[in-house]
Ligand binder design. Sequence first.
Ligand SMILES: [Zn+2]
Ligand SMILES: [Zn+2]
Length: 247
Amino acid sequence: MKLNVLGCAGTFPSADSPCSSYLLRHDGYTLMIDAGNGSLGALQKVVDLLDVDAVVLSHLHADHCVDLAAYSYARRFHPAKPGRLPVYGPKGTQDRLCQIFDTRPRDGLEEVYDFHTVTPGRIELGPFTLDLAQTNHPIECNAIRVSAGGRSLTYSADSAASDDLVALAQGSDLFLCEATWLDGTPVPPNVHMRASEAGEHATKADVGRLLLIHTISYQDDQQALDEASRTFAGPLGLAVAGASYAV
Ligand SMILES: [Zn+2]
Ligand SMILES: [Zn+2]
């Protein structure tokens, strides 16, 4: 499968990256995971505006879902009149998107999106098998392992340290692991990981390659890499918005 990083900035966009959004393509099927602010623009650099077969949302924090509001206009008024797009998200996804419009009743979103509620477990979408596990985060959030063609990628979504995440990622060829914070700074518990913890998770899960995601632009990327490299000895890098990766 092929991965395009549409955005990987943590919490707010950076000068070079939208917030979280990842495109996975295999066998002619295009799956979008998360739709953070700015991702709709980046999407159009990779595929046609309408060339998305399904969207999966890890959770409903703004930096992971708000561009589905903008995307609803693109699909609703497009002259090609596309069919409803399957959207898989936690309980309350439709209401969360309606809040962005601040309209009641539900602004006809179900005419554009076909909403499905996900819980930890397995779903099949086109050629992809997705396994979801709840993360350690203040709201319901699922990490997602995607498998296709004998290869696998695990996306941590947002998570503080989590044994369930380690189990989900076990043996993945590629691990996109959040590394929001650096060592040595006080941080709230049970929200995000430090880069060193991302490395620890990658080591415990014995992944083939680790890419740090959800980093914060006012911190030093090189420091994040250095700290992760002390806890993970395998291939390591920072995810780059706009880059593509063969998994
Ligand atoms: Zn986030
Ligand atoms: Zn979050």
